[in-house]
Design a protein around this ligand. Structure first.
Ligand code: BEZ
Ligand code: FE
Length: 287
């Protein structure tokens, strides 16, 4: 086969990739070729635009290292990460909905006792986070692992400013108690722009989009016999709830980070300054 033109090239490539031995590989390769050729037919790029596209992908690759994953960021801002999440994590009744993991998760977060303050002296408005972990039928799950992480009041994660903070902070791993409950102190996180000093940031700008995410606290919750839950809880009233750059917001994940006056906190501590309170009761799906 030779002499392919605009009319015949797609069928020829489909026939070639259709020889894949593995049926899933065959399915994925054929769909890739069909959609990619369809995209090119719709856009009809000039040779210069094709080169620009290649430079964009090359730049995206060059931006990746063990700390920065620009391809996942690209997937996030094009809604692909949330589409994959939606395909794989339909929420059953009583199950907490999931959302994107994001780039700031650290596997080795320090394990802390319930009630600990995870802000390690970083300036900010005090926030107590309380909640519970239960099964779909409302039974408490004791000993669940609750990984939490969030930004500071200026919108930065510890890993973005390790020189200033001197180590991991505003992140920790807790275990739910015998009643499936957990609580900890921290500081109120702020909305923040995703890393936008690379090709993805340039693309957002060219698309007339802002790079902001609404304020949130990340949770990754695991318990034996249950599906792992990756989600965050967003601050009600945040100005970016309807324009999250990575399309991660769901109504069920929005809660008040409620302002409370100085006085007795939910854990019995007496605070001499105002604080905020966030409560969320998580439901896990059986494995
Ligand atoms: C985050 O929430 O940490 C995040 C998610 C997706 C892209 C960038 C940041
Ligand atoms: Fe985040």
């Amino acid at each position: 086969m030779r002499n392919f033109d605009e009319e015949t090239i797609t069928e020829a490539v489909l026939e070639r990739v259709g020889q894949a031995r593995d049926p899933r590989m065959k399915q994925i390769s054929e769909a890739l070729v069909r959609h990619l050729h369809g995209f090119i037919r719709e856009v009809r790029p000039s040779q210069a635009e094709w080169e620009q596209g290649i430079r964009f992908l090359t730049g995206t690759g060059h931006m990746c290292d063990d700390k920065r994953q620009e391809f996942i960021l690209l997937s996030d801002v094009l809604g692909v990460s949330m589409l994959v999440d939606a395909i794989n994590h339909g929420a059953a009744a009583g199950a907490t909905e999931s959302t994107v993991l994001g780039p700031f998760y650290v596997e080795a977060a320090p394990e802390k006792a319930l009630g600990a303050n995870i802000s390690d002296g970083i300036d900010g408005e005090p926030l107590i986070v309380t909640g519970s972990v239960s099964s779909l039928d409302g039974k408490a799950i004791a000993g669940a692992t609750i990984d939490v992480w969030h930004s500071d009041g200026d919108g930065y994660y510890d890993v973005q400013q390790l020189e200033e903070t001197g180590g991991l902070t505003m992140r920790a791993r807790f275990r739910s108690d015998a009643n499936g409950k957990f609580y900890f102190w921290t500081i109120r996180p702020a909305a923040y722009p995703i890393p936008h000093d690379g090709p993805v940031g340039k693309m957002l700008d060219a698309q007339g989009r802002h790079p902001w995410r609404p304020a949130h606290v990340h949770f990754m919750i695991s318990a034996s016999g249950y599906q792992q839950l990756v989600t965050h809880i967003f601050a009600d009233g945040d100005q970016y709830l309807d324009s999250d750059v990575v399309f991660g917001v769901k109504d069920s994940l929005i809660r008040m980070f409620a302002a409370r006056p100085a006085g007795v906190a939910p854990d019995g501590r007496i605070l001499d300054a105002p604080f905020h309170h966030l409560n969320y009761d998580f439901g896990l799906t059986p494995a």
